[in-house]
Design a protein around this ligand. Structure first.
Ligand code: LMR
Length: 293
């Protein structure tokens, strides 16, 4: 975010260690002013005046864990951060990265509803890393330059709830069905691939930072009135019968300007969509139930 020319003020918050990170980042010669805040007592100052809040807080997975296994620790962290957001910057766009995103976004929505600050146009689950992975893997198989590749990824952000729509990928490539199946599986397991490679030392941080910065940049462009900014994100949605769903979203001056539909799906994708619904709904309901307690 320090590299982003649209950022004027960058606040870094953590429970500890933030002054060092802030001092380090502040030496990068871009225009934004950097400030570090640590400990709950400084959370309000960190949030005040923010237009966009990016939440990557919480613990990462270890090999063998699902994102849902992080629920017990991360749900409480997200709940308290969102409570502070509703108090100190209720109009900010919230970019939720903390896992399990399929549950933490509904938790945030409930916290904001309770505080009377909920605006469904301002709450986003960041699924950009799924798109980043789908583009990378597709470019490799289709043998095309990755810079020109586009692949929508819909559904949620965990296992089979991640549904890349390779039938809509551009540039078009006539890939065999078994290649599409393998690409789909690799995209769904992309996070796990990193978790296993890191062998207990965490999950994706560098590609996640890249993806998180891309999505926040899209939000900032929308806020600045740049037209036709479209990214996939997990948002409150009418695209399916599920209350939250990731699909293409047009971003504007108030956050979500339009939640776009799914477009034409292949039979394989239609089946994937039906298969993901029960798991995604259960994760959404788990988040709502937790927040209501
Ligand atoms: C990812 O997709 O890399 C993140 O959600 C982290 C994880 O646990 O997989």
């Amino acid at each position: 975010m320090k590299l982003n020319p649209l950022v004027s003020s960058l606040s870094l918050y953590d429970i500890a260690g933030t002054p060092g990170v802030a001092a380090d980042v502040s030496h990068v010669n871009t225009r934004s002013e950097v400030a570090g805040y640590q400990g709950e007592g400084e959370l309000g100052k960190a949030l005040e005046g923010a237009d966009v809040v990016i939440i990557p807080a919480g613990v990462p997975r270890k090999p063998g864990m699902t994102r849902d296994d992080l629920f017990n620790i991360n749900a409480g962290i997200v709940k308290s951060l969102c409570t502070a957001i509703s108090k100190y910057c209720p109009k900010a766009l919230v970019n939720m990265i903390s896992n399990p995103v399929n549950s933490t976004v509904p938790i945030a929505a409930e916290v904001f509803k309770k505080a009377g600050t909920y605006d469904e146009k301002r709450l986003f689950g960041v699924t950009t890393l799924d798109v980043v992975r789908a583009k990378t893997f597709y470019a490799g198989k289709a043998n095309v330059p990755v810079a020109g590749v586009n692949v929508p990824v819909v559904g949620g952000h965990a296992g089979i709830t991640i549904l890349p729509l390779f039938s809509q990928a551009t540039p078009k490539a006539n890939l065999d069905h078994d290649v599409i199946v393998a690409l789909t599986k690799r995209t769904q397991d992309g996070g796990t691939e990193v978790v296993e490679a890191k062998a207990g030392k965490g999950s994706a941080t560098l590609s996640m930072a890249y993806a998180g910065a891309l999505f926040a940049d899209a939000c900032l462009k929308g806020l600045n009135g740049v037209p036709d900014v479209v990214e996939c994100s997990f948002v409150q949605s009418n695209v399916t019968e599920l209350p939250f769903f990731a699909s293409k979203v047009r971003l504007g001056k108030n956050g979500v300007e339009e939640v776009l539909g799914l477009g034409a799906l292949s039979d394989y994708e239609k089946q994937g969509l039906e298969n993901l619904k029960p798991e995604l709904l259960a994760s959404i309901e788990k988040g709502i139930k937790f927040a209501k307690q």
